[in-house]
Design a protein around this ligand. Structure first.
Ligand code: TYD
Length: 132
């Protein structure tokens, strides 16, 4: 089973430009309780390096591009996010790392719950122990 699960959003376009609508529990599988976005990322910076015990998220690159590494403790898969009409699922217990951000990258993340530090696994060794 691939670690890269994408959602393709409809682009509603007309002569004025484009519009994408993302509906909770329709376009993506969960209710959205939080939205955050990452921008102005400095060259060479990598982020993430954690997994979540219960949180589900979908990442959408609204502008520019970045790379994602997904890791379930057994396999790793890498992808480029560069489409503002495609979401990448960050599922529970998926170790993820983001890097190679373009200067103009705006990465929006839709999350199934409020911010909760106790839901994070930030140690890769602990992640491997939990996976077993
Ligand atoms: P961090 O988890 O380091 O981001 P990333 O994993 O993407 O590199 O988050 C950076 C800081 O922002 C950290 O102090 C936690 C805080 N934060 C919130 O307060 N709310 C949030 O929704 C998120 C994602 C982070």
């Amino acid at each position: 089973m691939s670690l890269l699960n994408f959602y393709d959003f409809n682009v509603l376009g007309d002569s004025r430009g484009a519009l994408v609508s993302i509906e909770a529990e329709r376009s993506i599988p969960f209710e959205i309780r939080r939205v955050y976005y990452i921008f102005g990322t400095q060259k060479g910076v990598a982020r993430g390096f954690h997994a979540h015990k219960e949180l589900q998220q979908v990442a959408v690159c609204l502008a520019g591009s970045c790379k994602f590494l997904m890791d379930d403790g057994k396999h790793k898969e890498e992808t480029v996010l560069d489409s503002n009409s495609q979401g990448l699922l960050i599922d529970v217990m998926q170790w993820h790392e983001m890097y190679d951000f373009s200067e103009d990258c705006i990465l929006m993340v839709l999350a199934s719950d409020h911010y909760d530090e106790s839901d994070y696994i930030r140690s890769y060794d602990e992640f491997l122990r939990e996976i077993k």
